[in-house]
Structures are given as C-alpha cells and as structure tokens.
Design a protein around this ligand. Structure first.
Ligand code: GLC
Length: 714
C-alpha cells in the first residue's frame, strides 16, 4: 500500500495497481501516512469493517434506495438497468462510492476509487457493523476530513473537480414521453402547452424519433422536416432533446456501424470479434468508450444532431443495458426445445422460466466482453462503472466542440467523475408515492457525489400516475434543477394537462412558480459550481437532535429554504419539523403570503393547489414574474421576499446563460441587503452587477410578524 496526501484534508491510500478512473483531479504527494483501520484480503476481494455504535449514521452512496441515513440496508455499486425499483433492490443506475460516517462527535468522509462492484452492508446483517466488500484488490481509498459534514463534502468536491453547468434554458420545464412518435405528436404537445398557458422549454425525444432505433438517425417518415421543425420550435424557446443509446445496431451500410467496425471501435469478445448483445434494435455492438479514439469518434457523431439544430441530448441504456446476448438466448431456446413434451415439475419449470424471465442484464454478459486500459485487458465487469461515464465524456466533448456553447446533457448510468460532464436523471422510477418520497431522500446524496443537474421522472416513469400524484410530485420537482415529466409507453398519459381542468390549473401555477424562482435556482447552481458543497442538504447536516435525523422527507435548499413536500396520497396537510423558527411561504394562486412558524413539530395544512415552503430567519430570496420559457424571463424587475428581524443579504449570481465565460469570471453578482431598523422601518440596498436589473421590490416579514415593503430603482 502506498499513502499520499491530496490536500490538507484528504489522504489517499493506493492498494495494488488500480486503473486510472480519471475521477481524482489532484496530484498525489506520497508520504508516510498511516491508515487508521485494517483492509483485509480474501479470495481476490478486499474487506473493510467499521464497528457501528448506536449513534453512528452513514450518508451518501449517490443514487440509491433507502433513506438519507443509509443505515439498516445493503447497497451495491454496480451500474444496473433496473426498471422496477422495489424495496429490496440493492443497486440502481449509478455507482457512487462516497459516504460519510458520523456519530455525535466526529464525521469522516470516505471515497473508494474502484470501477467494479462494491457491496455495502450498513448495519443490515449485523446491527453493529458496517462492512464493505470490494470485489478486487486494486483500488484507491480516500479519507476526507472537515469541521462539519458540509465541509467534508466541499473538501471532497475539491479533489473530484467542478461539476457540469447546463445552459440556463436547461432549468426550464421539459415534457417527455416514450411514445411521442411523430412530428405531429410533438406538435400537439407543444401547442397544448402554449394554448393552456403552461411554460415550456423543451420536449425530449425518446427512441421513437430514430430510424429503426439507430443512433444518429432520424425517421424521415415520422419527422420529414426535422431541421425546420426543431428550428421553428426553438424560435419560440422550445428545444428538442433526442435520446442516444449505447448500443449500435448491426447493419451493413449504416454509417455508425460501418465506421465502428473499420475503426476498431467496438468492444470485443473472447475470440477477438465484436461482442454481440441485443437491445432495442435487436443485435448491437457496444462502442468501447474506454478508448480515447472511440470517445472522439463517437463524440463527433453528435454533430449529426447539432447540425439539425439540437442543443441537448440524453444518453441512455449505458450501464450498458443488455436484453440478451447470443449465448444466453441460445441456451434458453435449447432448454425450451428440450422441455418440449416433458412433464415439468416445479424445479425444472423454474429453471426453464428463469432462462427467459431473468435473461436481461445478466452479470455473465459483462464477463464476456473486454476493454484494454494502459496495455492491460479487463472484462467489462472489472471496469463496469466506467462505461456510461465515458460514453458521457464522449458526448460532452463532441457537443462542446460542435455546438460552441453550453448544451444540456443527462445520462442514466453514472459514476462520480461524470459529474464534470453531465447531469443525471434517476432512471425508471414508478408512479408510486414511495418513489416521490425516495426522490426527496436521493437529492442530497446526489449532491454529495458532485451532481447538481439532477431530477427524477416527475410523475413517475412506469405505471399510471394520478393527477394528485403528479401535482404533489411537481410541488417537489419545481425545486430540482432538472425538471422533466417523463413516462413510459403504454402507461396513462401524464402531461400536466392530462387530468382535467382543475389539475391543469394547479400544474400551470406550479410550473409558473418554477419560472418565478428560476433565477434563484440558477444562482444557487452557479454558486455551488464556484464553491462546491451541496444545494440539497439533509436537516441533520445543519441541526442537531433526533428530530432533524428522522425528518427525512424534508430537506434544506441552499442557505435559505427548507422544503417539506407532501408525499402521501389524500393528505390535506402534513406534520413538519421546524428545527428553528421559520417563515412559511405560500406561493399559491399568484399571491405570495408569509407567516412565521414556531420551531418544533407543527401540523401544516397543505392543499393540492398550494405551494408551500419555508424561509429561514434572516434570509431573503429573489424571484421574478413567470414567462412562457426561459428566453423570455424578465430580469428587469426583481422581487425579494425575506424573513428578517435584524439584517440579511443575498447575492444573486447570473451570467449570459449559454457561454463558457462563467469558467473565467463571466459571472455577474448583485447583492441585495435588508436591515430592519429600530423604528420598524426597512433599510434596503442593491449593489448591482447585473446588466438589466432596474427595479427591486422588497417584501419582508419582520420578527414581530409585520409586513414591510420597499421599492428601489437601480
Ligand atoms: C429506458 C429509459 C427511459 C426511456 C426508455 C425508452 O427505459 O430509462 O427513460 O423512455 O428506455 O427509450
């Protein structure tokens, strides 16, 4: 083992001869550092075990099931296409090996830099033990220190590099559905949004737009005028965001296939032939994104889309998902033929059934194709979690090169490191109330891993959403940087206008509210980009005590807000834990209302047409008037609301929303300050660095519940 230092707060330990995953961004300073616990080895695995006291808790592990506190469950890091996230699932699409172990006195962060499977048993099998099983002997282990959990996260972000920053339009509202098949279908969605006065910034195109599920193709029949169509919508602020899948259809004469074969870009099987798997188009080859030349080649293919006016893409099926491979399908067919005419008892029947029922994403598929890194040959299984990550690096570099300005990019599979290149959606959730609650709990751990442009399929992907579920979900999602309503083919339609006038009205107001707070969300993203840290913060990262720990369906947003969405059906309200006195903000029905609420557990009425959240003491937040899309957002007039009994300020970060200038000082800052004077008057100040802000309206609730207002010309 070699030990080294990365920063004052981060020590690293290198075991064996790990591959360079590209995650760590800093130079190693080797030295004599002692690892404060033992790493055991057996049968090619490495094991770490931490004893757990009753007070210990564990946070992090990225996109996973379970609570904010990960204790009491098992998890696996192994990018997996799992369309049904039942309670007992241990692994989803991402592999994020960052976690914090905390008791009442100390917190320590850990990151395991290892690209294959890791199993975590957090007090599940043994209540008093947190055991980690690393499926290999070559890895990096990092210990991250800090004064608080928030600081540990900041210190971790320092070593993994700055996150992807979408263009500002990426924070708008997006409609999506697998099954919008034609230009007409898309046109209908667009028109309905405009007719019903619901803001919209884009429509995602699922695989229906392609010609026979071929990447970088558009069906001429279904989209005869794709380019003009995309441009016309864009003029009205509505962008099309097509999907790209990892598998490339095997078809001679198809340029991507031909070039892939010629250039040696596909992953190979044991015999040195391109590995054959099956996904949407039937048989496919997978580009070997772990090769630089392949990343470049595939990245350049995105030019096909940018030439059509496209500025955003979603990368899918990049775990990679495999429906079946040649060998397993043949085994199933052989078994079925052998069973013909037999009288199958339970076990032979189950064995036959499993040949087909569990044929998708079998682990043995990932042992049947290879990658070469630095002259060493690996099965995909051994470096599995780098695949989707590198597909997304490829897309990011291609889009950046061919667009010349910022793009929207989200990926389904993810690893830490990929946060520098794209955002993520949390995959194929279901229209279940439990998945709405899961969405709340997942947001902080995604931020811990460095991902900010995140969101779930609002309303749920699989299953049928009700108007009530969609509306409640929207009450959370209007705060998530990625806001997309997406559903699966065959499920009930769940566009915001699909549930009758009443629900349409509720959703219209919610989406408008999203556009009202959008400058604040965007500012928080730019800030987090600058400084690291989290936008969505568990209550227990900020407040002590058991209540803060168990209130896992509430989270803090930025320094200002606390969110406590309703996550149960038929609720007319909910109990909220207020760790301190806060102002309840009621953003409903075009009127912003404020009321101070005492600390402790309180019952909060919360009707379906409400939008309620909390503002912390001596904090203010900006908002603007809603618009039909981000391009029309009017920043000349800013409204500030606040709960102030002494003084408060907020610095709004903004930029041109589309160039990369923010990386080199292109951010403008406007500081709003408020002071409540002894005579009850309001002293306000605006130091503007913004090119268009002209007028600011302050509405402040003071400590003694008085509403104070002031207007300022800038
Ligand atoms: C995958 C994606 C889903 C998409 C579907 C069809 O299941 O996760 O979002 O709609 O494929 O492309």
């Amino acid at each position: 083992m070699k030990a080294f230092k990365l920063t004052e707060n981060v020590k690293g330990y290198q075991f064996g001869n790990p591959v360079d995953t590209g995650i760590i961004q800093l130079e190693k300073e080797f030295g004599e550092y002692v690892l404060p616990f033992e790493v055991k080895k057996k049968d090619g695995h490495s094991f770490i075990a931490f004893p757990l006291t009753d007070a210990d808790r564990v946070f992090g592990l990225g996109p996973n099931l379970g609570g904010i506190n990960k204790r009491g469950r098992q998890y696996e890091s192994y990018c997996t296409d799992d369309p049904i996230h039942h309670e007992d699932k241990t692994t989803l699409y991402g592999a994020h090996n960052f976690f914090i172990l905390e008791d009442d006195d100390v917190a320590t962060g850990f990151f395991i830099d290892f690209p294959s499977r890791i199993r975590y048993d957090v007090g599940f099998t043994d209540l008093d033990s947190f055991s980690i099983d690393i499926f290999g002997e070559d890895f990096g282990l990092y210990i991250i220190e800090g004064e608080s959990m928030k600081e540990i996260v900041v210190n971790f972000h320092e070593i993994i590099g700055k996150p992807y920053m979408p263009p500002k339009w990426g924070l708008g509202f997006f409609q999506s559905r697998w099954g919008y098949e034609t230009e007409n279908d898309i046109m209908k969605v667009y028109r309905t949004f405009r007719e019903k006065d619901i803001p919209l910034d884009g429509i995602y195109l699922d695989l229906d737009y392609m010609e026979n599920f071929k990447d970088f193709s558009v069906s001429d029949d279904r989209f005869p005028n794709f380019r003009e169509f995309a441009e016309t919508l864009k003029e009205d602020g509505v962008r099309l965001i097509p999907i790209i899948d990892a598998g490339v259809k095997i078809e001679e004469g198809y340029d991507v296939y031909d070039e892939g074969i010629e250039g040696g870009h596909f992953v190979l099987d044991e015999t040195g032939k391109p590995y054959v798997a099956a996904v949407w188009p039937g048989k496919v080859h997978f580009p070997d994104f772990l090769q630089e030349k392949t990343r470049k080649w595939f990245g350049d293919k995105y030019k096909f889309l940018t030439d059509l006016g496209i500025e955003g893409v979603w990368n899918d099926m990049n775990e990679p998902a495999i429906f079946y491979d040649k060998i397993s399908l043949q085994e199933g067919i052989d078994a079925a033929i052998a069973a013909k005419g037999e009288n199958l008892g339970v076990l032979p029947f189950f064995a036959l059934r499993d040949k087909f029922q569990n044929i998708g994403n079998k682990n043995e598929y990932y042992q049947r194709f290879y990658h070469e890194i630095e002259g060493r040959k690996f099965t995909n299984e051994e470096v599995h979690n780098l695949y989707g990550y590198n597909m997304t690096v490829s897309a990011s570099e291609g889009l950046k090169k061919h667009l010349g300005k910022r793009h929207v990019l989200i990926s389904r599979a993810s690893s830490i490191g990929m946060h520098r290149y794209s955002g993520i959606w949390t995959g194929d959730n279901s229209s279940w109330w439990s998945h709405l609650e899961l969405n709340v709990k997942m947001l902080p751990s995604l931020n811990m891993s460095g991902f900010y442009y995140v969101g779930a399929d609002t309303g749920g992907f699989g299953g049928n959403a009700s108007g009530e579920l969609l509306t409640r979900w929207m009450q959370l999602s209007i705060f998530t940087p990625l806001l997309r309503n997406h559903s699966a083919i065959g499920c009930a339609f769940q566009e915001p206008y699909s549930f009758g006038d009443k629900v349409t009205g509720y959703n219209r107001e919610l989406i408008k509210a999203r556009y009202m707070i959008l400058p604040y969300l965007y500012s928080e993203m730019l800030k987090t980009h600058e400084d690291g840290g989290m936008m969505f913060i568990p209550l227990s990262f900020e407040f002590f005590g058991n209540e803060a720990l168990i209130a896992e369906d509430q989270i803090l947003f930025g320094e200002e807000l606390m969110l406590a969405p309703v996550v149960r059906s038929n609720a007319k309200g909910r109990h909220v834990y207020l760790p301190e006195e806060m102002a309840l903000i009621d953003f409903s029905r075009e009127k912003v209302m404020m009321k101070i609420m005492k600390d402790g557990v309180q019952y909060l009425p919360y009707e379906l047409d409400d939008l309620k959240f909390f503002l912390r003491r001596n904090r203010i937040m900006p908002y603007v008037m809603p618009s039909a899309s981000v391009k029309d957002l009017d920043m000349t007039e800013i409204h500030i609301i606040g709960f102030v009994d002494t003084e408060a300020s907020y610095t709004l970060y903004d930029d041109d929303g589309e160039s990369y200038d923010y990386e080199e000082g292109g951010i403008n800052r406007t500081k709003f300050s408020v002071r409540v004077l002894e005579d009850g008057d309001l002293d306000v100040r605006v130091e503007s660095g913004h090119p268009v802000i002209r007028r600011v309206f302050f509405t402040i609730i003071s400590g003694n519940e008085e509403i104070l207002m002031k207007e300022v010309e800038v």
